[in-house]
Design a protein around this ligand. Structure first.
Ligand SMILES: *[C@@H]1O[C@H](CO)[C@@H](O)[C@H](O)[C@H]1NC(C)=O
Ligand SMILES: *[C@@H]1O[C@H](CO)[C@@H](O)[C@H](O)[C@H]1NC(C)=O
Ligand SMILES: *[C@@H]1O[C@H](CO)[C@@H](O)[C@H](O)[C@H]1NC(C)=O
Ligand SMILES: *[C@@H]1O[C@H](CO)[C@@H](O)[C@H](O)[C@H]1NC(C)=O
Ligand SMILES: *[C@@H]1O[C@H](CO)[C@@H](O)[C@H](O)[C@H]1NC(C)=O
Ligand SMILES: *[C@@H]1O[C@H](CO)[C@@H](O)[C@H](O)[C@H]1NC(C)=O
Ligand SMILES: *[C@@H]1O[C@H](CO)[C@@H](O)[C@H](O)[C@H]1NC(C)=O
Length: 487
Protein backbone atom coordinates (compact mmCIF):
# COMPACT_ATOMS: atom_id res chain seq x y z
CA UNK A 1 0.00 0.00 0.00
CA UNK A 2 2.65 2.46 0.99
CA UNK A 3 4.52 2.88 -2.22
CA UNK A 4 7.54 4.94 -2.94
CA UNK A 5 6.06 8.34 -3.39
CA UNK A 6 8.55 10.25 -5.38
CA UNK A 7 9.58 8.46 -8.47
CA UNK A 8 12.65 10.15 -9.69
CA UNK A 9 13.92 10.07 -13.21
CA UNK A 10 17.26 11.49 -12.11
CA UNK A 11 19.27 12.47 -15.12
CA UNK A 12 17.47 10.32 -17.57
CA UNK A 13 16.59 12.30 -20.61
CA UNK A 14 14.73 9.63 -22.39
CA UNK A 15 12.19 7.63 -20.59
CA UNK A 16 11.40 4.34 -22.08
CA UNK A 17 7.93 3.20 -21.47
CA UNK A 18 7.55 -0.39 -22.30
CA UNK A 19 4.16 -1.57 -22.89
CA UNK A 20 3.67 -5.22 -23.15
CA UNK A 21 0.52 -6.73 -24.39
CA UNK A 22 -2.47 -4.61 -23.87
CA UNK A 23 -5.27 -6.98 -24.21
CA UNK A 24 -8.29 -4.98 -25.02
CA UNK A 25 -7.48 -1.41 -24.46
CA UNK A 26 -10.65 -0.08 -25.85
CA UNK A 27 -10.70 2.45 -23.18
CA UNK A 28 -8.26 5.04 -24.30
CA UNK A 29 -8.93 4.52 -27.95
CA UNK A 30 -10.99 7.52 -28.40
CA UNK A 31 -10.16 11.07 -27.96
CA UNK A 32 -12.76 13.43 -26.78
CA UNK A 33 -12.64 16.46 -28.87
CA UNK A 34 -14.54 18.44 -26.42
CA UNK A 35 -15.19 22.05 -26.54
CA UNK A 36 -16.10 23.46 -23.27
CA UNK A 37 -18.64 26.08 -22.87
CA UNK A 38 -19.54 27.32 -19.54
CA UNK A 39 -23.23 27.23 -19.17
CA UNK A 40 -24.28 30.56 -17.93
CA UNK A 41 -27.89 29.86 -17.56
CA UNK A 42 -29.52 26.73 -16.43
CA UNK A 43 -32.67 28.29 -15.28
CA UNK A 44 -34.67 25.24 -16.18
CA UNK A 45 -32.34 23.19 -14.12
CA UNK A 46 -32.95 20.26 -11.93
CA UNK A 47 -32.53 18.79 -8.54
CA UNK A 48 -29.03 18.03 -9.60
CA UNK A 49 -28.18 21.23 -11.27
CA UNK A 50 -27.32 24.58 -10.03
CA UNK A 51 -26.55 27.46 -12.20
CA UNK A 52 -22.98 27.70 -11.22
CA UNK A 53 -21.98 24.40 -9.75
CA UNK A 54 -22.20 23.11 -13.19
CA UNK A 55 -20.89 23.44 -16.65
CA UNK A 56 -21.70 21.95 -19.97
CA UNK A 57 -19.57 20.03 -22.33
CA UNK A 58 -20.45 20.00 -25.97
CA UNK A 59 -19.13 16.92 -27.58
CA UNK A 60 -18.75 17.35 -31.26
CA UNK A 61 -20.78 14.96 -33.39
CA UNK A 62 -17.62 13.42 -34.83
CA UNK A 63 -16.26 12.59 -31.44
CA UNK A 64 -19.60 11.23 -30.39
CA UNK A 65 -19.76 8.96 -33.39
CA UNK A 66 -16.28 7.63 -32.99
CA UNK A 67 -17.04 6.96 -29.37
CA UNK A 68 -19.98 4.87 -30.31
CA UNK A 69 -17.98 2.93 -32.81
CA UNK A 70 -15.08 2.20 -30.61
CA UNK A 71 -16.56 1.76 -27.22
CA UNK A 72 -17.97 -1.53 -26.26
CA UNK A 73 -20.09 -0.46 -23.40
CA UNK A 74 -22.88 -2.69 -24.29
CA UNK A 75 -26.20 -3.43 -22.82
CA UNK A 76 -26.68 -6.74 -24.51
CA UNK A 77 -26.90 -9.37 -21.88
CA UNK A 78 -24.26 -11.51 -23.50
CA UNK A 79 -21.63 -8.86 -23.25
CA UNK A 80 -18.58 -9.95 -21.34
CA UNK A 81 -18.78 -9.12 -17.67
CA UNK A 82 -16.01 -7.42 -15.89
CA UNK A 83 -14.26 -9.48 -13.36
CA UNK A 84 -14.67 -8.25 -9.81
CA UNK A 85 -10.93 -8.31 -9.60
CA UNK A 86 -9.83 -4.96 -10.70
CA UNK A 87 -6.94 -5.61 -12.92
CA UNK A 88 -9.25 -7.26 -15.35
CA UNK A 89 -8.89 -7.83 -19.01
CA UNK A 90 -10.70 -4.62 -19.67
CA UNK A 91 -7.64 -2.64 -19.19
CA UNK A 92 -4.11 -3.65 -18.72
CA UNK A 93 -2.41 -0.50 -17.69
CA UNK A 94 1.06 0.04 -18.98
CA UNK A 95 3.65 -1.29 -16.57
CA UNK A 96 5.06 1.12 -14.07
CA UNK A 97 2.32 3.58 -14.91
CA UNK A 98 2.44 5.26 -11.61
CA UNK A 99 6.08 5.91 -12.23
CA UNK A 100 5.52 7.20 -15.69
CA UNK A 101 2.74 9.42 -14.56
CA UNK A 102 4.75 10.89 -11.77
CA UNK A 103 7.80 12.32 -13.32
CA UNK A 104 8.34 15.18 -10.97
CA UNK A 105 7.92 18.55 -12.50
CA UNK A 106 7.32 17.28 -15.94
CA UNK A 107 3.64 17.94 -16.10
CA UNK A 108 3.93 21.38 -14.71
CA UNK A 109 5.10 22.74 -17.99
CA UNK A 110 3.67 20.36 -20.47
CA UNK A 111 0.53 19.08 -18.92
CA UNK A 112 -1.47 18.67 -22.08
CA UNK A 113 1.31 16.86 -23.82
CA UNK A 114 1.84 13.93 -21.58
CA UNK A 115 -1.77 13.08 -21.91
CA UNK A 116 -1.46 13.10 -25.65
CA UNK A 117 1.53 10.88 -25.38
CA UNK A 118 -0.14 8.55 -23.01
CA UNK A 119 -3.08 8.44 -25.27
CA UNK A 120 -0.93 7.41 -28.17
CA UNK A 121 0.84 4.83 -26.13
CA UNK A 122 -2.26 3.27 -24.86
CA UNK A 123 -4.22 3.67 -28.03
CA UNK A 124 -1.62 2.03 -30.18
CA UNK A 125 -1.88 -1.61 -29.38
CA UNK A 126 1.43 -2.62 -30.81
CA UNK A 127 3.82 -4.26 -28.45
CA UNK A 128 6.53 -1.84 -27.44
CA UNK A 129 6.78 1.89 -27.62
CA UNK A 130 9.57 4.19 -26.70
CA UNK A 131 8.69 7.75 -26.07
CA UNK A 132 11.06 10.57 -25.58
CA UNK A 133 10.01 12.91 -22.86
CA UNK A 134 11.67 16.26 -22.53
CA UNK A 135 13.91 16.48 -19.54
CA UNK A 136 13.00 18.85 -16.85
CA UNK A 137 15.84 18.86 -14.45
CA UNK A 138 15.10 22.29 -13.05
CA UNK A 139 11.52 21.54 -12.17
CA UNK A 140 12.47 18.16 -10.84
CA UNK A 141 14.38 19.65 -7.96
CA UNK A 142 11.43 21.80 -6.95
CA UNK A 143 11.10 21.44 -3.22
CA UNK A 144 8.08 19.66 -1.92
CA UNK A 145 6.22 21.30 0.90
CA UNK A 146 5.28 19.69 4.15
CA UNK A 147 1.77 18.34 4.01
CA UNK A 148 0.69 20.80 6.71
CA UNK A 149 1.54 23.72 4.45
CA UNK A 150 0.39 22.18 1.24
CA UNK A 151 -2.76 23.00 -0.68
CA UNK A 152 -3.69 19.49 -1.73
CA UNK A 153 -6.37 20.75 -4.10
CA UNK A 154 -3.60 21.88 -6.40
CA UNK A 155 -2.60 18.90 -8.48
CA UNK A 156 -3.58 16.52 -11.20
CA UNK A 157 -5.19 13.15 -11.82
CA UNK A 158 -2.69 10.41 -12.48
CA UNK A 159 -3.36 6.91 -13.68
CA UNK A 160 -2.61 4.60 -10.80
CA UNK A 161 -2.36 0.85 -10.95
CA UNK A 162 -2.90 0.56 -7.19
CA UNK A 163 -6.31 2.22 -7.27
CA UNK A 164 -9.03 1.72 -6.25
CA UNK A 165 -9.04 0.83 -2.56
CA UNK A 166 -12.16 -1.34 -2.77
CA UNK A 167 -14.44 -2.93 -5.33
CA UNK A 168 -18.11 -3.69 -5.73
CA UNK A 169 -17.22 -7.14 -4.45
CA UNK A 170 -15.35 -6.00 -1.36
CA UNK A 171 -17.83 -3.33 -0.24
CA UNK A 172 -21.45 -4.21 0.53
CA UNK A 173 -22.51 -0.59 1.14
CA UNK A 174 -22.59 0.79 -2.37
CA UNK A 175 -26.21 1.49 -3.17
CA UNK A 176 -27.66 0.87 -6.58
CA UNK A 177 -27.33 4.48 -7.66
CA UNK A 178 -23.54 4.45 -7.37
CA UNK A 179 -22.79 0.82 -8.17
CA UNK A 180 -21.74 1.39 -11.75
CA UNK A 181 -19.80 -1.82 -12.17
CA UNK A 182 -22.56 -3.94 -10.69
CA UNK A 183 -24.96 -2.16 -13.03
CA UNK A 184 -22.94 -3.24 -16.03
CA UNK A 185 -20.43 -0.51 -16.71
CA UNK A 186 -17.55 -2.19 -18.49
CA UNK A 187 -14.92 0.48 -18.87
CA UNK A 188 -13.40 0.57 -15.42
CA UNK A 189 -10.66 3.07 -15.97
CA UNK A 190 -12.61 5.69 -14.07
CA UNK A 191 -11.57 3.84 -10.90
CA UNK A 192 -7.93 4.02 -11.72
CA UNK A 193 -7.21 7.71 -11.35
CA UNK A 194 -5.65 9.09 -8.24
CA UNK A 195 -5.42 12.76 -7.36
CA UNK A 196 -1.83 13.79 -6.89
CA UNK A 197 -1.11 17.07 -5.12
CA UNK A 198 1.49 19.12 -6.92
CA UNK A 199 3.37 20.63 -3.99
CA UNK A 200 3.67 17.79 -1.53
CA UNK A 201 3.71 14.06 -1.09
CA UNK A 202 0.46 13.19 0.63
CA UNK A 203 0.31 9.96 2.61
CA UNK A 204 -2.12 7.43 1.22
CA UNK A 205 -5.46 6.85 2.86
CA UNK A 206 -4.95 4.33 5.64
CA UNK A 207 -8.23 2.81 6.79
CA UNK A 208 -6.78 1.38 9.98
CA UNK A 209 -5.33 4.73 10.86
CA UNK A 210 -8.61 6.47 10.09
CA UNK A 211 -10.52 4.00 12.27
CA UNK A 212 -8.03 4.61 15.06
CA UNK A 213 -8.55 8.34 14.71
CA UNK A 214 -12.31 7.97 15.10
CA UNK A 215 -12.19 5.31 17.79
CA UNK A 216 -15.06 5.87 20.22
CA UNK A 217 -16.33 8.77 18.12
CA UNK A 218 -19.15 9.78 15.83
CA UNK A 219 -18.28 10.73 12.26
CA UNK A 220 -21.40 12.36 10.85
CA UNK A 221 -22.20 13.37 7.28
CA UNK A 222 -25.08 15.80 6.85
CA UNK A 223 -26.42 16.89 3.49
CA UNK A 224 -27.88 15.83 0.18
CA UNK A 225 -27.44 12.72 -1.94
CA UNK A 226 -23.96 13.78 -2.96
CA UNK A 227 -23.04 13.57 0.69
CA UNK A 228 -24.64 10.11 0.81
CA UNK A 229 -22.27 9.37 -2.05
CA UNK A 230 -19.31 10.50 0.04
CA UNK A 231 -20.55 8.75 3.16
CA UNK A 232 -20.90 5.41 1.34
CA UNK A 233 -17.41 5.87 -0.01
CA UNK A 234 -16.16 6.35 3.55
CA UNK A 235 -17.98 3.22 4.74
CA UNK A 236 -16.38 1.26 1.92
CA UNK A 237 -12.90 2.61 2.54
CA UNK A 238 -13.08 1.87 6.25
CA UNK A 239 -14.64 -1.54 5.75
CA UNK A 240 -11.48 -2.74 4.02
CA UNK A 241 -9.60 -2.60 7.32
CA UNK A 242 -12.19 -4.59 9.27
CA UNK A 243 -11.40 -8.24 9.85
CA UNK A 244 -14.84 -9.52 10.78
CA UNK A 245 -17.54 -8.07 8.49
CA UNK A 246 -20.22 -8.90 11.06
CA UNK A 247 -18.68 -6.30 13.36
CA UNK A 248 -19.98 -3.57 11.06
CA UNK A 249 -23.72 -3.00 11.01
CA UNK A 250 -26.46 -0.39 10.74
CA UNK A 251 -27.66 0.24 14.26
CA UNK A 252 -31.35 0.07 13.28
CA UNK A 253 -30.89 -2.57 10.62
CA UNK A 254 -31.77 -0.09 7.91
CA UNK A 255 -30.90 -0.79 4.34
CA UNK A 256 -29.40 2.12 2.47
CA UNK A 257 -31.87 3.64 0.04
CA UNK A 258 -32.33 6.90 -1.75
CA UNK A 259 -35.26 7.76 0.44
CA UNK A 260 -35.20 10.34 3.13
CA UNK A 261 -33.74 8.87 6.22
CA UNK A 262 -30.82 8.57 8.50
CA UNK A 263 -28.29 5.86 9.03
CA UNK A 264 -25.74 5.01 11.61
CA UNK A 265 -23.17 2.33 10.89
CA UNK A 266 -21.33 0.99 13.85
CA UNK A 267 -17.78 -0.28 13.58
CA UNK A 268 -17.96 -2.35 16.75
CA UNK A 269 -14.23 -3.03 17.07
CA UNK A 270 -13.57 0.68 17.16
CA UNK A 271 -16.73 1.65 19.07
CA UNK A 272 -17.39 4.36 16.52
CA UNK A 273 -20.26 5.23 14.22
CA UNK A 274 -20.26 6.62 10.71
CA UNK A 275 -23.60 8.32 10.20
CA UNK A 276 -25.54 10.07 7.51
CA UNK A 277 -28.50 12.43 7.78
CA UNK A 278 -30.33 13.52 4.68
CA UNK A 279 -31.14 17.17 4.46
CA UNK A 280 -31.26 18.81 1.07
CA UNK A 281 -30.90 22.37 2.24
CA UNK A 282 -29.57 22.03 5.82
CA UNK A 283 -32.44 24.35 6.73
CA UNK A 284 -36.00 23.21 7.32
CA UNK A 285 -38.36 22.10 4.61
CA UNK A 286 -41.95 22.55 5.71
CA UNK A 287 -45.42 23.64 4.81
CA UNK A 288 -47.23 26.91 5.29
CA UNK A 289 -50.65 28.28 4.52
CA UNK A 290 -50.75 30.79 1.75
CA UNK A 291 -54.27 32.04 1.18
CA UNK A 292 -56.35 28.90 1.32
CA UNK A 293 -53.66 26.52 0.22
CA UNK A 294 -50.95 24.79 2.16
CA UNK A 295 -47.77 25.00 0.21
CA UNK A 296 -44.29 23.67 0.60
CA UNK A 297 -41.88 26.25 1.87
CA UNK A 298 -38.32 26.42 3.02
CA UNK A 299 -37.64 27.95 6.42
CA UNK A 300 -34.33 29.65 5.72
CA UNK A 301 -34.22 30.86 9.32
CA UNK A 302 -34.55 27.44 10.96
CA UNK A 303 -32.42 24.35 10.95
CA UNK A 304 -33.49 21.02 9.57
CA UNK A 305 -35.44 18.93 12.07
CA UNK A 306 -32.70 16.32 12.34
CA UNK A 307 -30.21 18.88 13.63
CA UNK A 308 -30.66 17.82 17.25
CA UNK A 309 -29.23 14.47 16.22
CA UNK A 310 -26.04 15.90 14.73
CA UNK A 311 -25.20 17.60 17.97
CA UNK A 312 -22.44 15.95 19.90
CA UNK A 313 -20.81 14.46 16.82
CA UNK A 314 -17.03 14.50 16.90
CA UNK A 315 -16.58 15.12 13.21
CA UNK A 316 -19.25 16.82 11.11
CA UNK A 317 -19.13 16.94 7.32
CA UNK A 318 -21.75 19.21 5.78
CA UNK A 319 -22.75 19.99 2.25
CA UNK A 320 -25.60 21.57 0.37
CA UNK A 321 -25.61 22.83 -3.20
CA UNK A 322 -27.53 20.96 -5.85
CA UNK A 323 -30.99 21.62 -4.51
CA UNK A 324 -30.48 25.36 -4.60
CA UNK A 325 -31.72 25.57 -8.13
CA UNK A 326 -34.50 27.51 -9.73
CA UNK A 327 -36.35 24.30 -10.50
CA UNK A 328 -36.24 22.79 -7.02
CA UNK A 329 -37.07 25.99 -5.21
CA UNK A 330 -40.25 26.79 -7.12
CA UNK A 331 -38.43 29.64 -8.84
CA UNK A 332 -38.26 31.36 -5.47
CA UNK A 333 -41.93 32.30 -5.69
CA UNK A 334 -43.79 31.95 -2.38
CA UNK A 335 -41.18 29.46 -1.32
CA UNK A 336 -38.74 30.95 1.15
CA UNK A 337 -40.04 31.59 4.62
CA UNK A 338 -38.64 33.48 7.59
CA UNK A 339 -40.74 33.35 10.74
CA UNK A 340 -44.29 33.80 9.56
CA UNK A 341 -43.30 35.71 6.51
CA UNK A 342 -43.20 34.07 3.12
CA UNK A 343 -41.29 35.92 0.46
CA UNK A 344 -43.41 36.42 -2.66
CA UNK A 345 -40.13 36.20 -4.55
CA UNK A 346 -36.54 35.80 -3.48
CA UNK A 347 -33.53 34.99 -5.59
CA UNK A 348 -31.75 31.75 -4.93
CA UNK A 349 -28.36 33.26 -4.04
CA UNK A 350 -29.83 35.51 -1.37
CA UNK A 351 -31.80 32.61 0.05
CA UNK A 352 -28.73 30.37 -0.04
CA UNK A 353 -26.71 32.93 1.86
CA UNK A 354 -29.41 33.43 4.48
CA UNK A 355 -29.72 29.68 4.94
CA UNK A 356 -25.97 29.28 5.34
CA UNK A 357 -26.00 32.03 7.94
CA UNK A 358 -28.70 30.14 9.79
CA UNK A 359 -26.50 27.07 9.60
CA UNK A 360 -23.39 28.95 10.71
CA UNK A 361 -25.09 30.41 13.78
CA UNK A 362 -26.36 26.96 14.65
CA UNK A 363 -22.81 25.64 14.46
CA UNK A 364 -21.48 28.55 16.51
CA UNK A 365 -24.13 27.96 19.17
CA UNK A 366 -24.13 24.17 19.27
CA UNK A 367 -20.68 22.97 18.40
CA UNK A 368 -17.84 22.90 20.87
CA UNK A 369 -14.72 23.37 18.77
CA UNK A 370 -12.65 21.66 21.45
CA UNK A 371 -14.59 18.48 20.88
CA UNK A 372 -15.87 18.68 17.33
CA UNK A 373 -14.14 19.16 14.03
CA UNK A 374 -16.38 20.74 11.38
CA UNK A 375 -16.00 20.41 7.62
CA UNK A 376 -17.99 21.86 4.76
CA UNK A 377 -17.60 20.21 1.39
CA UNK A 378 -17.75 22.56 -1.58
CA UNK A 379 -20.14 21.97 -4.47
CA UNK A 380 -19.51 18.98 -6.71
CA UNK A 381 -19.90 19.65 -10.43
CA UNK A 382 -22.33 17.99 -12.81
CA UNK A 383 -21.40 17.23 -16.40
CA UNK A 384 -24.47 17.16 -18.60
CA UNK A 385 -23.81 17.69 -22.25
CA UNK A 386 -26.34 18.13 -24.99
CA UNK A 387 -29.21 18.80 -22.63
CA UNK A 388 -30.30 18.99 -19.05
CA UNK A 389 -30.71 16.08 -16.70
CA UNK A 390 -34.31 15.67 -17.86
CA UNK A 391 -33.88 16.48 -21.53
CA UNK A 392 -31.38 14.01 -22.79
CA UNK A 393 -28.25 15.42 -21.15
CA UNK A 394 -25.50 12.84 -21.20
CA UNK A 395 -21.97 11.99 -20.15
CA UNK A 396 -21.76 8.32 -21.00
CA UNK A 397 -19.26 8.72 -23.81
CA UNK A 398 -16.56 10.11 -21.55
CA UNK A 399 -13.96 7.55 -20.66
CA UNK A 400 -11.18 9.62 -19.21
CA UNK A 401 -10.77 12.80 -17.21
CA UNK A 402 -10.79 16.10 -19.00
CA UNK A 403 -7.60 17.34 -20.46
CA UNK A 404 -5.24 19.04 -18.01
CA UNK A 405 -5.44 22.20 -20.07
CA UNK A 406 -9.03 22.54 -18.93
CA UNK A 407 -9.35 25.26 -16.32
CA UNK A 408 -11.94 24.54 -13.68
CA UNK A 409 -14.32 27.28 -12.77
CA UNK A 410 -15.23 28.17 -9.22
CA UNK A 411 -18.87 28.69 -8.56
CA UNK A 412 -20.48 31.72 -7.01
CA UNK A 413 -22.15 29.43 -4.53
CA UNK A 414 -18.76 28.33 -3.26
CA UNK A 415 -17.76 31.95 -2.89
CA UNK A 416 -20.78 32.50 -0.65
CA UNK A 417 -19.77 29.46 1.40
CA UNK A 418 -16.27 30.89 1.81
CA UNK A 419 -17.65 34.26 2.91
CA UNK A 420 -19.91 32.69 5.50
CA UNK A 421 -17.19 30.40 6.86
CA UNK A 422 -14.86 33.37 7.33
CA UNK A 423 -17.32 35.10 9.62
CA UNK A 424 -17.77 32.14 11.91
CA UNK A 425 -16.49 31.78 15.43
CA UNK A 426 -16.07 28.02 15.01
CA UNK A 427 -13.23 26.99 12.73
CA UNK A 428 -14.67 25.15 9.75
CA UNK A 429 -12.47 23.44 7.20
CA UNK A 430 -13.55 23.74 3.61
CA UNK A 431 -13.12 20.50 1.70
CA UNK A 432 -12.44 22.18 -1.57
CA UNK A 433 -13.29 19.43 -4.04
CA UNK A 434 -14.96 21.46 -6.79
CA UNK A 435 -11.96 22.07 -9.01
CA UNK A 436 -10.50 18.60 -9.01
CA UNK A 437 -13.89 16.99 -9.52
CA UNK A 438 -14.57 19.11 -12.58
CA UNK A 439 -12.02 17.12 -14.55
CA UNK A 440 -13.89 13.91 -13.90
CA UNK A 441 -16.50 13.86 -16.61
CA UNK A 442 -15.78 10.13 -16.90
CA UNK A 443 -16.70 9.32 -13.31
CA UNK A 444 -20.49 9.76 -13.23
CA UNK A 445 -22.90 6.83 -13.37
CA UNK A 446 -24.49 8.00 -16.66
CA UNK A 447 -26.84 5.11 -17.54
CA UNK A 448 -25.17 2.84 -14.98
CA UNK A 449 -26.91 4.43 -12.02
CA UNK A 450 -29.61 1.77 -12.21
CA UNK A 451 -29.55 -1.95 -12.65
CA UNK A 452 -30.25 -3.06 -16.14
CA UNK A 453 -33.63 -4.52 -15.22
CA UNK A 454 -34.67 -1.23 -13.63
CA UNK A 455 -33.45 0.88 -16.49
CA UNK A 456 -36.37 2.35 -18.33
CA UNK A 457 -34.60 4.50 -20.77
CA UNK A 458 -31.12 5.13 -22.06
CA UNK A 459 -32.07 8.76 -22.34
CA UNK A 460 -31.92 9.51 -18.66
CA UNK A 461 -28.37 9.73 -17.47
CA UNK A 462 -26.97 10.60 -14.08
CA UNK A 463 -24.12 13.03 -14.63
CA UNK A 464 -24.33 14.45 -11.10
CA UNK A 465 -23.55 11.65 -8.70
CA UNK A 466 -20.38 9.59 -8.79
CA UNK A 467 -19.63 5.94 -9.32
CA UNK A 468 -18.12 4.12 -6.36
CA UNK A 469 -15.27 3.46 -6.11
CA UNK A 470 -14.49 6.84 -7.55
CA UNK A 471 -14.15 10.55 -7.02
CA UNK A 472 -15.70 10.75 -3.50
CA UNK A 473 -12.85 8.50 -2.31
CA UNK A 474 -10.55 11.43 -3.00
CA UNK A 475 -12.79 13.78 -1.01
CA UNK A 476 -12.53 11.35 1.91
CA UNK A 477 -8.81 11.14 1.44
CA UNK A 478 -8.72 14.91 1.97
CA UNK A 479 -10.82 14.49 5.10
CA UNK A 480 -8.31 11.92 6.32
CA UNK A 481 -5.39 14.23 5.59
CA UNK A 482 -7.00 17.08 7.51
CA UNK A 483 -7.65 14.86 10.52
CA UNK A 484 -4.18 13.41 10.38
CA UNK A 485 -2.49 16.78 10.25
CA UNK A 486 -4.63 18.92 12.47
CA UNK A 487 -4.30 22.49 11.46
C1 LIG B 1 8.98 -1.59 -13.53
O1 LIG B 1 9.60 -1.32 -12.31
C2 LIG B 1 10.26 -2.44 -11.75
C3 LIG B 1 10.74 -2.05 -10.37
O2 LIG B 1 11.23 -0.73 -10.36
C4 LIG B 1 11.40 -2.89 -12.68
O3 LIG B 1 12.04 -4.02 -12.12
C5 LIG B 1 10.81 -3.24 -14.02
O4 LIG B 1 11.84 -3.56 -14.92
C6 LIG B 1 10.02 -2.07 -14.56
N1 LIG B 1 9.34 -2.46 -15.77
C7 LIG B 1 9.40 -1.75 -16.85
C8 LIG B 1 8.67 -2.31 -18.00
O5 LIG B 1 10.02 -0.70 -16.94
C1 LIG C 1 -6.23 19.56 -24.59
O1 LIG C 1 -6.96 20.71 -24.92
C2 LIG C 1 -6.25 21.61 -25.73
C3 LIG C 1 -7.09 22.85 -25.88
O2 LIG C 1 -8.45 22.55 -25.97
C4 LIG C 1 -5.94 20.95 -27.06
O3 LIG C 1 -5.18 21.83 -27.85
C5 LIG C 1 -5.15 19.68 -26.81
O4 LIG C 1 -4.93 19.00 -28.00
C6 LIG C 1 -5.90 18.78 -25.86
N1 LIG C 1 -5.13 17.60 -25.52
C7 LIG C 1 -5.69 16.41 -25.45
C8 LIG C 1 -4.80 15.31 -24.99
O5 LIG C 1 -6.84 16.18 -25.71
C1 LIG D 1 1.03 2.03 -34.15
O1 LIG D 1 2.39 1.67 -34.12
C2 LIG D 1 2.87 1.11 -35.30
C3 LIG D 1 4.29 0.65 -35.07
O2 LIG D 1 5.03 1.63 -34.40
C4 LIG D 1 2.74 2.16 -36.42
O3 LIG D 1 3.19 1.62 -37.65
C5 LIG D 1 1.32 2.57 -36.56
O4 LIG D 1 1.19 3.63 -37.50
C6 LIG D 1 0.78 3.06 -35.23
N1 LIG D 1 -0.64 3.33 -35.32
C7 LIG D 1 -1.19 4.42 -34.86
C8 LIG D 1 -2.66 4.54 -34.98
O5 LIG D 1 -0.54 5.32 -34.32
C1 LIG E 1 -19.53 -6.70 -9.31
O1 LIG E 1 -19.64 -6.37 -10.67
C2 LIG E 1 -19.53 -7.49 -11.53
C3 LIG E 1 -19.54 -6.99 -12.95
O2 LIG E 1 -20.73 -6.37 -13.26
C4 LIG E 1 -20.67 -8.46 -11.27
O3 LIG E 1 -20.51 -9.60 -12.08
C5 LIG E 1 -20.64 -8.87 -9.81
O4 LIG E 1 -21.77 -9.66 -9.53
C6 LIG E 1 -20.65 -7.63 -8.93
N1 LIG E 1 -20.49 -8.06 -7.56
C7 LIG E 1 -21.33 -7.71 -6.62
C8 LIG E 1 -21.05 -8.24 -5.26
O5 LIG E 1 -22.30 -6.98 -6.85
C1 LIG F 1 -1.75 2.15 8.60
O1 LIG F 1 -1.92 2.60 9.91
C2 LIG F 1 -1.66 1.60 10.89
C3 LIG F 1 -2.08 2.16 12.23
O2 LIG F 1 -1.53 3.42 12.46
C4 LIG F 1 -0.20 1.22 10.84
O3 LIG F 1 0.06 0.23 11.79
C5 LIG F 1 0.10 0.70 9.45
O4 LIG F 1 1.47 0.45 9.33
C6 LIG F 1 -0.31 1.71 8.40
N1 LIG F 1 -0.20 1.10 7.10
C7 LIG F 1 0.54 1.61 6.16
C8 LIG F 1 0.59 0.86 4.90
O5 LIG F 1 1.16 2.65 6.32
C1 LIG G 1 -33.52 9.03 12.64
O1 LIG G 1 -33.33 7.86 13.40
C2 LIG G 1 -33.88 7.89 14.70
C3 LIG G 1 -33.54 6.61 15.39
O2 LIG G 1 -34.12 5.53 14.78
C4 LIG G 1 -35.37 8.11 14.65
O3 LIG G 1 -35.90 8.22 15.94
C5 LIG G 1 -35.63 9.40 13.87
O4 LIG G 1 -36.99 9.57 13.72
C6 LIG G 1 -34.97 9.36 12.53
N1 LIG G 1 -35.15 10.62 11.90
C7 LIG G 1 -35.50 10.72 10.63
C8 LIG G 1 -35.66 12.09 10.11
O5 LIG G 1 -35.68 9.75 9.93
C1 LIG H 1 -10.84 26.20 -3.87
O1 LIG H 1 -10.29 25.75 -5.08
C2 LIG H 1 -10.46 26.65 -6.16
C3 LIG H 1 -9.85 26.02 -7.38
O2 LIG H 1 -10.54 24.89 -7.73
C4 LIG H 1 -9.82 27.99 -5.86
O3 LIG H 1 -10.09 28.88 -6.89
C5 LIG H 1 -10.38 28.52 -4.56
O4 LIG H 1 -9.72 29.71 -4.22
C6 LIG H 1 -10.19 27.50 -3.47
N1 LIG H 1 -10.77 28.01 -2.23
C7 LIG H 1 -10.13 27.98 -1.08
C8 LIG H 1 -10.82 28.56 0.10
O5 LIG H 1 -9.01 27.51 -0.96
Amino acid sequence: MERQRSFSVKSTRVLALSITTISSAIVFLTFLSTSLTKSNSSSSSSIFQTTDANFQINISPIAAISETNNLHISDSSDSPRASPILISTHFSPPENTSGSAKIPGFEQKTRGEILVKEDKVVANLTSIKVIALPSNDGEEKKKKKRIEECDVTNGKWVYDSDSPLYTNASCPFIDEGFGCQSNGRLDLNYMKWRWEPRDCDAPRFNATKMLEMIRGKRLVFVGDSINRNQWESMLCMLFQAVKDPKRVYETHNRRITKEKGNYSFRFADYKCTVEFYVTHFLVREGKARIGKKRRETLRIDAMDRTSSRWKGADILVFNTAHWWSHYKTKSGVNYYQEGNEIYPKLDVSTAFKKALQTWSSWVDRNVDPKKTRVFFRSAAPSHFSGGEWNSGGHCREANRPLNQTFKPSYSGRNTIVEQVLKQMKTPVTLLNVSGLSQYRIDAHPSIFGTRRENRRSQAVQDCSHWCLPGVPDTWNHFLFLHLLHKR
